[in-house]
Design a protein. Structure first.
Length: 305
């Protein structure tokens, strides 16, 4: 019950803390003035202030942070009783302060704080290095768009729909992609896509005169400006792995894959077909340039190796 309604227990604790600090200081100060006289009142006040800061602020909060779970269980019932006891006073204070606290609520945390907590958690050993890196990478999704992640049209692999399987045999075999764009007359006339394994299967079965267009599958189009986090949700909901990226005029800018988006979270993925070191280096440099262009510091996982 306390956890579900934290405002009043917190208000009760604040009220009690201030009552003890203020009233206690006044009472003890008056007693000290009578016993010690005005000459020693300044020194006594300084010592009392120091003790209040240490004993009622620093030590309790330090112990509360260090032994939060054990202390919370032990004080839950007394705190609940005090909350009920001080309900009229808390209610009155809520009514007085409501006009000043109404309006748009400011978030209690932000992205920078969560990033900072992840860094501290890694330094203190609470979370692993790879977990902290993953948290940092998650926030990069809404900083990048499809235009940042896509393969540009100048290097997009495609086949013409009116070509026969015999005509595209060598190009299909050489392709390192599992999905290939199919166009009509130009790259701005995308008809869909074909799966490489379906092309190879048809070739093995001897359907060499079959048109590429007969094996075509629909493809989805997305704008350049779509954010990577939204793009990931589209990939998930549509259960697709490749989409065509369009510019503001409706022309094809390139293609983006599910792997491109996931690489923002995991770092560069180089599969078994990318066997040369050159391809791996190009992949890393490409991702680094994309992130630096958005003002994002890349902490590549390979730097920890």
């Amino acid at each position: 019950a306390i956890r579900q309604k934290m405002n009043r227990p917190i208000a009760t604790v604040v009220i009690l803390n201030n009552i003890f600090n203020i009233v206690g200081s006044i009472v003890i100060g008056s007693m000290a003035a009578k016993v010690l006289g005005d000459a020693w009142l300044g020194l006594f006040s300084a010592i009392l202030t120091f003790l209040i800061i240490v004993c009622s602020e620093i030590i309790p909060k330090t112990l509360g942070e260090r032994y939060a779970e054990n202390l919370s269980l032990s004080v839950a019932i007394p705190l609940k009783f005090l909350t009920v006891l001080f309900t009229p006073l808390v209610w009155l204070m809520e009514k007085v302060t409501t006009p000043f606290t109404q309006g748009k609520k400011i978030p209690t945390t932000n992205e920078a704080e969560i990033r900072f907590l992840a860094t501290i958690g890694r330094q203190e050993g609470v979370i692993e290095d790879d977990e902290a890196e993953m948290i940092q990478r998650v926030f990069r999704l809404n900083d990048l768009t499809a235009a940042d992640l896509m393969t540009p049209r100048v290097i997009v692999t495609y086949l013409r729909g009116n070509s026969t399987l015999a005509e595209v045999k060598q190009e299909t075999i050489r392709s390192q992609h599992t999905r290939i764009i199919v166009i009509k007359d130009s790259l701005d006339q995308v008809m869909g896509l074909v799966l490489k394994d379906e092309l190879l299967t048809a070739m093995i079965e001897g359907a060499t005169n079959q048109k590429v267009v007969t094996l075509i599958r629909p493809v989805r189009f997305v704008p350049e400006t779509i954010r990577a986090d939204k793009l990931l949700r589209v990939f998930q909901s549509r259960r697709e792995h490749l989409m065509v990226v369009l510019d503001e005029y409706g022309g094809v800018s390139g293609v983006v894959t599910l792997e491109d988006v996931l690489e923002v979270l995991t770092g560069e993925i180089v599969d078994e077909t990318d066997t040369t070191i050159d391809l791996q280096q190009i992949a890393r440099k490409r991702r680094e340039r994309l992130l630096q262009a958005k003002g994002i510091e890349e902490n590549a996982s390979e730097s920890n190796n």
